[in-house]
Design a protein around this ligand. Structure first.
Ligand code: PHE
Length: 340
């Protein structure tokens, strides 16, 4: 038996030395040390030995294995060095050339702003639940006080799914879902993608981003709402932004407001983003309608709320002075690289 080990060692050493490249060397490695290799095979012949001979034999086989492995490793290093030497010998090889710069990605501006908003709201005690993008008619409309014959349904042209559900047209369904899920008082924001079947232009996309906000408590007032919106805008823009408040109609709030900010793309002079008006609708908001509170499973004589629906895509456009909403979802690297 030990004669056999010696023969294998000699043969292996010869083949390792003769291996001209790493691929051949790998084959030699498998032939001797692989699962079905020659050295591994020796172990199976243990049975043919007397119990007294076995430990010694096992030890020799293991030593043989180590020896061959060492020879293979050293040969492999040698081969690698050879390849390198050949490269260096190339007259065009210049080791002083700078390396290739690593291309570093960056976060999408929508992601950056979303994270910033989440941070601001989390610090004020808001939770951030996640809700489906494929939503039921009930949560997207009915529960928000928009019955099927309500004209407000036309305000939000809808992508209907074959199963009768729809792609949420706003983040407001999160309001009712949250009221059903969490015990009041609570406050929550819902950042997310929304979809509308709309003609696309510089200020309209079929897919865009909103952040819904909801606060439910026993005593909630318009003064409270407006103050919160001012704090919010101040923390986002980190400068004074001109705002104006108008009455606004949404079936799920009463009273409802439109909060506009001066268009940051043109500085209020009028451009394609603000449709020449100098103002951009950014933050519709209001006190939650009692019917919505009721759909949320709460008693509207006990619980009140305010809600807002921040236009996140618009906010990004205002903050970075992007003059066409289509850049946001267009995936053009020349646009995205500017936010590194
Ligand atoms: N969901 C409304 C929209 O997308 C915005 C909104 C949200 C208005 C909350 C008032 C309160 O148009």
């Amino acid at each position: 038996m030990s004669e056999m080990i010696r023969e294998i060692l000699v043969a292996a050493a010869g083949e390792v030395e003769a291996a001209a490249d790493e691929r051949v060397l790998k084959e030699v490695e498998v032939k001797y040390l692989g699962k079905k290799g020659l050295v591994t095979g020796l172990m199976n012949r243990m049975r043919e030995l007397t119990p007294a001979e076995r430990p010694g034999f096992g030890k020799s086989v293991n030593e043989a294995k180590d020896t061959i492995q060492r020879q293979i490793d050293s040969r492999r290093n040698g081969l690698k060095a050879q390849v390198l030497m050949k490269e260096v010998a190339d007259p065009f090889y210049d080791p002083t050339l700078p390396g290739l710069p690593e291309v570093e990605g960056s976060l999408h501006p929508l992601t950056v702003i979303t994270q910033e908003l989440e941070e601001i709201f989390r610090s004020m005690g808001f939770i951030i639940p996640d809700y489906p993008e494929a939503e039921s008619e009930f949560f997207n409309f009915e529960a928000l006080n928009i019955p099927s014959d309500h004209p407000a349904r036309d305000m939000q042209d809808t992508f209907w799914l074959k199963d009768g559900n729809l792609l949420r047209t706003h983040t407001s369904p999160g309001q009712v879902r949250a009221m059903r899920e969490f015990a009041p008082p609570f406050r929550a924001i819902f950042p997310g993608k929304v979809y509308r079947y709309e003609a696309v232009d510089a200020s309209h996309e079929h897919t865009f981003h909103q952040v819904e906000g909801l606060m439910v408590d026993r005593e909630v007032s318009v003064a409270n709402l407006i103050h919160s919106m001012k704090v919010l805008l101040g923390r986002i823009f980190k400068r004074d932004v001109k705002i104006r408040l108008r009455p606004g109609y949404f079936p799920f709030v009463e009273p409802g407001f439109e909060l506009d900010i001066e268009c940051a793309v043109c500085g209020g002079k009028g451009c394609s983003v603000c449709k020449k008006s100098g103002w951009v609708e950014l933050l519709p908001c209001g006190l939650v309608h009692p019917n919505v509170i009721r759909f949320g499973g709460l008693d509207p004589t006990e619980w009140h709320g305010w809600a807002f629906g921040l236009g996140l895509s618009r906010l990004v456009m205002m903050k970075y002075q992007v003059n066409d909403i289509r850049h946001l979802m267009g995936g053009d690297l020349r646009f995205l690289e500017q936010f590194r």
